[in-house]
Design a protein around this ligand. Structure first.
Ligand code: EPU
Length: 328
């Protein structure tokens, strides 16, 4: 019998992959032991037992029901920009809405209807193309709409749910529904409904604006980002901002910028980013998070809460490193 956290044998995974593939459309992707370090912006972490890209909504429902019937956990991956995957990888199925069926953007009046797989950068560009303002803040967030909805991602003083009019989502039994914004709870960096539902599309509200005004806003946001945030691989902000002080400012005041464990470094540019110098393991990043949290508690009495989502299993003791970019 397998212990929880053990990697399933390859033959068993291959058998499950074959069974699932038979249920999905030909363009769906099903792979075994897919390295997730290449699918996260932090570039660390071990493999997913199974990696699935459903071809469309029906495939997504089939995949989720398949997991339910077998008692396999699943996780929905966006662009991996707010994600820390542990070095032992992810048991169960990682589902990614990366196929074209989830990547459509259509414009009706001042509304952009976008699939959950659409990049936020694309939404910013499409809004500009259609002369719609108010969505500029999304352009520089390196994620997909699905992830931004789940996290209520924000930047430049705005949050995703400020511009959502309606959302389409699926429950874990494969049943789809839609809800108006007024009926969806959204908090700082969370949307409770999406803890046990999967966002598949949303209508975003823009405001008619002059092209020049939109471009000026995009340029100002880009400049702020380039000036204040690191370009090296990271998972964005590591900690939520406590009510009393931005986490980055606190880390800065604590003198922790530049602190390093292995290949993981507290960014000298912004204290709330941990960057990968190319050699980091997830273990390095997790240790560094603990160091920062420990110092924040000891020196400032503040309990920092991680903003980045942490998933997967640690490596068994004594096994060094995980998949890291330098090994791939
Ligand atoms: N600051 C410092 N030192 C630092 C970093 C920041 O003193 O090393 C100071 C800044 O000077 C500023 C204040 O802290 O006075 C806040 O910094 P910043 O404007 O960079 O905003 P933030 O609160 O650190 C938030 C979001 C970011 C988002 C930016 C820009 C959170 C946790 N972070 O950062 O979101 O890009 O605003 O709008 O809410 C993310 O979610 O992953 C993320 C990067």
């Amino acid at each position: 019998m397998m212990a929880i956290g053990d990697r399933p044998p390859t033959a068993m995974l291959a058998e499950i992959a074959t069974a699932l593939t038979a249920l999905l459309k030909p363009s769906a992707v099903v792979r075994c032991q897919e390295p997730l370090s290449r699918r996260t912006t932090l570039r660390v972490g071990g493999p997913a037992d199974l990696y699935v890209e459903p071809a469309d909504e029906q495939d997504l429902a089939v995949t989720v029901r398949f997991c339910g019937e077998r008692g396999w956990p699943f996780f929905v991956l966006g662009r991996g920009s707010n994600l820390l995957v542990r070095d032992g990888g992810v048991r169960g199925v990682v589902i990614c809405l990366a196929q074209p069926a989830f990547a459509a953007v259509t414009c009706e009046g001042t509304t952009l209807r976008c699939g959950a797989g659409v990049r936020l950068k694309t939404i910013g560009q499409e809004a500009r193309r259609h002369g719609l303002g108010g969505l500029e803040f999304l352009e520089g967030i390196p994620g997909s709409l699905g992830g931004a909805l789940r996290m209520n991602a924000g930047a430049m003083g705005s949050w995703t749910f400020e511009v959502v009019e309606r959302m389409r989502f699926m429950d874990h039994q494969g049943v789809f529904a839609e809800r108006d914004r007024a009926d969806i709870e959204a908090r700082y960096r969370s949307c409770p409904l999406l803890l046990d539902h999967i966002a598949v599309a949303a209508d975003l509200r823009g405001l008619p604006a002059a092209r020049a005004a939109i471009e000026a806003k995009l340029a100002a946001f880009n400049q702020k980002r380039w000036e204040s945030q690191p370009a090296a691989p990271s998972a964005g902000c590591i900690f939520k901002n406590p009510a009393s002080i931005p986490a980055g400012k606190l880390v800065d005041q604590l003198g922790l910028k530049g602190r390093r464990i292995g290949g993981a470094v507290v960014s000298p540019v912004h204290g709330n980013f941990i960057v990968n110098d190319g050699q980091a393991t997830a273990g390095n990043v997790l240790e560094l998070i603990d160091v920062v949290r420990g110092e924040a508690l000891a020196q400032a009495g503040l309990q920092l809460e991680t903003e980045v989502e942490i998933i997967g299993e640690d490596l068994p003791p004594g096994q060094p490193g995980g998949d890291c970019i330098s090994q791939s």
